[in-house]
Design a protein around this ligand. Structure first.
Ligand code: ARG
Length: 465
């Protein structure tokens, strides 16, 4: 394409270097903004008509043309041209082809700088809403499993060593809490995404009597960007979203790591459904936990995108710089990655089988009720540090004798402390240990059930701020 035919061709005489044309173009990836570009343009045209910069007829022609272009895109009939650089100029050029000269009036009082900033915000706002739906589905799936497993006993770990018995429901609710915080973070960030840049034009605003608040109303933006220089240049809203996504992925990676461990022969706590695993091309017996592994692995790219965006924005002088064209691919891939991970997890969670008996037996190993024995002595008047010492010695005895705590005879117990009586055996059961943790936020089944009710009403109530 000759430069004269390009929307900015007027001051150019020589054609663009062929490699530079490909190098500077963004249409191959920013065409995903088309729908939002058209929405933004329709609102802009309506506003221009309202303030009398366009006639109603002109605006109607432009809007019809844009709608027809949207239809062409939907039908896969739109031809994207690299020579037209980006989504904005592709659509505008097509508009002029379709409706003639009046199409050239659309760009009045606007620049691609405020246009692209508006498109990204509209797009990201939509994607945040999609992510929230997926995230809510995942949390709901987890809560359902937590309810079914409210009484299931498993070992709780610190340092990945058996520590104290807990209920599986309680463990699953820990994941829910992390994800609920991510949900809140996303929603808080959405407020800052939902501000209208349009009207900032290239950087300084325009000499037309624009009604930016009207445009904001048409596009459902909560606020209008206060400063035109800031509006076209900062991408902090995208960085903030990506930071939130990175935290969310960090949570999913922890979750994934546990699923990978738990599905190993060594743990054997869970069985992942065949539908979410694959085999090995050489080892016929293998069933690999690919989905959790991939989610864990994909966390890395989202961290990478966060760093890319921060570095992209760093030290940029005001206002718009072409650097910012590089904001799209990291943002798009973050959205795709997070959405995909949430979707696959929401599908997979209900299919996990928990090996309750294996978890129970595992919880019995490692003297997990030792703290309960110490607490028992404390209730009999022994200072905690002393009780700790007594139980430590008892555990040492058990290790040497190859016994569990509940296998120690009363006579032997009394050698360690004469205060121990028959009732100690009830304290030493796993059931006794979990039921004893009967307070807000504790692992007792009754507390887990109460917590599940609270999570459900928080989910229903909507987003907490
Ligand atoms: N494709 C550009 C971007 O993504 C659109 C804005 C271009 N503005 C400009 N002055 N060249 O940032």
């Amino acid at each position: 394409m000759n430069n004269q035919e390009k929307p900015w061709g007027g001051r150019f005489t020589a054609p663009t270097n062929v490699f530079v044309e490909a190098f500077t173009a963004s249409v191959s990836f920013d065409n995903r903004l088309a729908e939002y570009d058209i929405q933004g343009s329709i609102a802009h045209a309506q506003m221009l008509a309202k303030v009398g910069v366009l006639t109603e007829t002109e605006a109607a022609q432009i809007i019809q043309g844009l709608q027809a272009i949207q239809e062409e895109i939907n039908q896969g009939q739109f031809t994207w041209s690299l020579a037209l650089e980006d989504v904005h100029m592709n659509i505008e050029t097509r508009l002029v082809q379709k409706i003639g000269l009046v199409g050239k009036k659309l760009h009045t009082g606007r620049s691609r700088n405020d246009q692209v900033a508006t498109d990204i915000r509209l797009y990201l706002r939509h994607e945040i809403d999609v992510i929230q739906i997926e995230l809510t589905r995942l949390i709901t799936a987890l809560v359902t499993v937590a309810e079914a497993e409210a009484e299931t006993i498993m070992p709780g770990f610190t340092h990945l060593q058996n520590a104290q018995p807990i209920t599986l429901g309680h463990h699953l609710l820990a994941w829910c809490e992390m994800l609920l915080r991510d949900r809140n973070r996303l929603q808080e960030g959405r407020q800052r995404v939902n501000s209208l840049p349009l009207g900032a034009a290239a950087l300084a605003g325009t000499s037309y009597p624009l009604d930016r608040h009207y445009t904001a109303q048409l596009l459902d933006f909560d606020t209008v960007a206060e400063n035109s220089l800031d509006a076209v240049s900062d991408r902090d809203f995208a960085i903030e979203f990506t930071a939130t996504a990175a935290i969310l992925m960090m949570h999913l990676s922890r979750f994934s790591e546990e699923l990978v461990l738990w599905s190993s022969a060594q743990f054997n706590f869970i069985e992942l459904s065949d539908a979410f695993c694959t085999g090995s091309s050489i080892m016929p017996q293998k069933k690999n936990p690919d989905v959790p592994e991939l989610v864990r692995g994909k966390t890395g790219r989202v961290y990478g995108h966060l760093l890319s965006l921060l570095t992209l924005m760093k030290s940029q002088p005001l206002a718009y710089n072409k650097d910012n064209q590089e904001d799209k691919e990291p943002l798009f891939d973050t959205i795709d990655t997070v959405t995909g991970c949430l979707r696959v997890y929401a599908e997979m969670i209900p299919t996990i089988q928990f090996n309750r008996e294996v978890m129970y037996q595992a919880a019995k190993r490692g003297f997990t009720t030792a703290t309960d024995l110490a607490d028992y002595l404390v209730r009999k008047g022994v200072p905690f540090r002393e009780a700790h010492e007594i139980v430590g010695k008892t555990v040492r005895y058990c290790i040497d004798a190859g016994k569990d705590l509940e296998e120690v005879s009363l006579e032997v117990f009394q050698r360690f402390s004469p205060l121990i009586t028959e009732e100690v055996y009830a304290i030493l059961t796993l059931e006794g240990a979990v039921v004893a943790r009967q307070h807000f936020g504790g692992t007792a089944p009754a507390q887990v059930r109460a917590a599940i009710q609270r999570v459900r009403s928080r989910l229903e109530f909507g987003i907490e701020n």
